[in-house]
Design a binder for this molecule. Structure first.
Ligand SMILES: [Zn+2]
Length: 421
C-alpha cells in the first residue's frame, strides 16, 4: 500500500484510518489470512476510529469483534479505488460477521456407570476450576470422565469466546463457526512435540495449551509425554499464559486451561487391582517408582487434585442411570462459582497466597488439624495451600461460609493418589 500511496493516487488521511491485511496473489486477488479475529481484537484496543480491511472470508471472522468497523475486499483494485482522494469514492462493503452455531451436544455424566467418587471429584474440579489427575487401571473410564467436564462448566463469557475464537483462528486458516462459545477440549497424544503442545514456530503459533484456553486440556497417559513438554506446563498452570521465545521475537499467548490428566498406576496398569479381578500387577517396585516419578515433583505440586479411579464393578456396569445428569451437577457448579466470583472475583483455583489468608480462613481447630495432617503427610506449603483452596470449593458447593474439618478432610483425600515427593 505504501508504494501505491507514493504515486499520489491515494488519500493519505483516509489510508491512515485503515489497517489492511491479506495475502496478495500475483493477479491482485486477496486471500484469507491467519488470525483475523486476533488482529481485530488488538486493533479494537487501539481505538474505535480504526477501520480494518480484510479479504472476504477473514473479514467475516474479524467482524465477530464487537465495536470495530470491518470492511471486506476481494481484489487489490477495490481497495485502491476506495482509498482514492475525493468525497464520492465507493466505500468498501461492511463485513457481516460469520454465522455462529450455539448448538451444544456434550457428553452427559449419566453415561458413566458407578464411579461416584470420581464424579464427585469432577464436580469439585468444575466448581473451583481445579486441575485434576486421575490415576487408575486401563478401562476404568478416565477418558469418559474427562470428556464430561466441559458439560459441567458454565457457558463461556463473550470475552472468553472471543479469545478462544481468536486463538483457534491463529492456529488454523480460519475459525470454525461451529465451535463458537463452546468450551474447547483438546486432547493431544503423548507423542505430540513440545512445540505442538505449548506453541512455537516462526512466526509463533499457539499450541494445544492455548487452543484449550477457557476450556479443558486432557492429557491421557501423562507419564508418556516428553519430560520437556510436561515441564513447559508449569508456567501456564501458574499464570494462565505461555511465553514463546524465538531468536528475534517473543510471543505471549493466553493459556488458561483446566488440566485434566490421566495415568495408569504402574507400567502394566494393574497395580492395586482387587483380588479376583483377573488382573495382577507384574511390575517391580523399582519400575513403579520410575514410572510415577516421570511426573516431576514441581509439576505434581501444581495439580490440585490427584485421585484414584477404580474400575466399576460389573453390577454397576449393568445398572441404568445410577447417577446425576450433567445438568443437575452443572447447576450446583454454577451456584458455587457465583459464590466465588461474588466473594473474590476469581475461581478458587486462581486464588493467590495472600487471598487464601483472607478468603479461606480456618478456625483454630481446623488450623491445628491442617498443620498436623500436613506434617504427617510431608506436604509442602504449596500443597497445603492447594488443599485449603479445594476445601474452600467443597464448602462453596455446600453453600457454607466456613471451612470445617470434614471439608478439609475430604480435600485431603482428593490429593492422595500418588506419594508426595
Ligand atoms: Zn504393574
Amino acid at each position: 500500500m505504501g508504494i501505491l500511496a507514493a504515486d499520489g493516487q491515494l488519500d493519505a488521511a483516509r489510508l491512515a484510518r485503515h489497517e489492511f491485511a491479506g495475502e496478495l496473489s500475483l493477479a491482485g486477488e486477496l486471500r484469507p489470512v491467519r488470525g483475523a479475529l486476533a488482529l481485530a481484537l488488538a486493533l479494537r484496543r487501539q481505538g474505535p476510529q480504526q477501520v480494518l480491511v480484510l479479504p472476504a472470508v477473514s473479514a467475516r471472522e474479524a467482524a465477530l469483534a464487537p465495536g470495530l468497523d470491518v470492511r471486506s475486499a476481494d481484489h487489490l483494485l477495490e481497495v485502491v479505488r476506495a482509498m482514492a482522494p475525493g468525497d464520492d469514492v465507493p466505500a468498501l462493503p461492511k463485513a457481516e460477521p460469520m454465522t455462529l452455531a450455539r448448538e451444544q451436544l456434550l457428553p452427559d455424566l449419566r453415561d458413566v456407570k458407578g464411579q461416584s467418587a470420581a464424579k464427585r471429584a469432577l464436580e469439585i474440579a468444575a466448581a473451583g476450576g481445579h486441575s485434576l489427575l486421575m490415576i487408575g487401571p486401563p478401562g476404568s473410564g478416565k477418558s469418559m470422565l474427562a470428556q464430561r467436564l466441559p458439560g459441567l462448566l458454565p457457558p463461556m463469557s463473550e470475552d472468553e469466546a472471543l479469545a478462544s475464537a481468536a486463538l483457534q483462528g491463529l492456529a488454523a486458516r480460519s475459525f470454525d463457526a461451529k465451535a463458537w462459545g463452546r468450551r474447547p477440549v483438546r486432547a493431544p497424544h503423548h507423542t505430540a512435540s513440545a512445540v505442538a503442545l505449548v506453541g512455537g514456530g516462526s512466526p509463533p503459533r499457539p499450541g494445544e495449551i492455548s487452543l484449550a484456553h477457557a476450556g479443558v486440556l486432557f492429557l491421557d497417559e501423562l507419564p508418556e509425554f516428553a519430560r520437556a513438554s510436561l515441564e513447559a506446563l508449569r508456567e501456564p498452570l501458574e499464570c494462565g499464559r505461555i511465553t514463546i521465545s524465538r531468536a528475534a521475537r517473543q510471543a505471549v499467548f493466553p493459556a488458561r486451561f483446566q488440566l485434566v490428566a490421566a495415568m495408569n498406576p504402574c507400567p502394566c496398569g494393574w497395580l492395586g487391582a482387587p483380588a479376583g479381578s483377573g488382573h495382577r500387577c507384574r511390575c517391580t517396585p523399582d519400575q513403579i517408582a520410575r514410572y510415577q516419578t516421570r511426573i516431576s515433583g514441581p509439576l505434581l505440586d501444581r495439580i490440585d487434585m490427584q485421585v484414584e479411579v477404580h474400575a466399576a464393578a460389573p453390577a454397576q456396569m449393568l445398572s441404568q442411570g445410577d447417577g446425576a445428569a450433567s445438568a443437575a451437577v452443572a447447576s450446583r457448579v454454577a451456584q458455587a462459582r457465583e459464590r466465588q466470583l461474588g466473594r473474590q472475583g476469581a475461581v478458587n483455583a486462581d486464588l493467590l497466597p495472600a487471598q487464601i489468608d483472607v478468603h479461606c480462613a480456618l478456625d483454630a481447630t481446623t488450623t491445628q488439624f491442617a498443620q498436623r495432617a500436613a506434617t504427617q503427610l510431608g506436604w509442602s506449603g504449596r500443597s497445603l495451600h492447594r488443599v485449603i483452596k479445594l476445601a474452600r470449593t467443597i464448602a462453596d458447593l455446600a453453600g457454607a461460609a466456613a471451612i470445617h474439618n470434614d471439608r478439609l478432610a475430604e480435600a485431603m483425600q482428593l490429593r492422595r493418589g500418588l506419594p508426595e515427593r
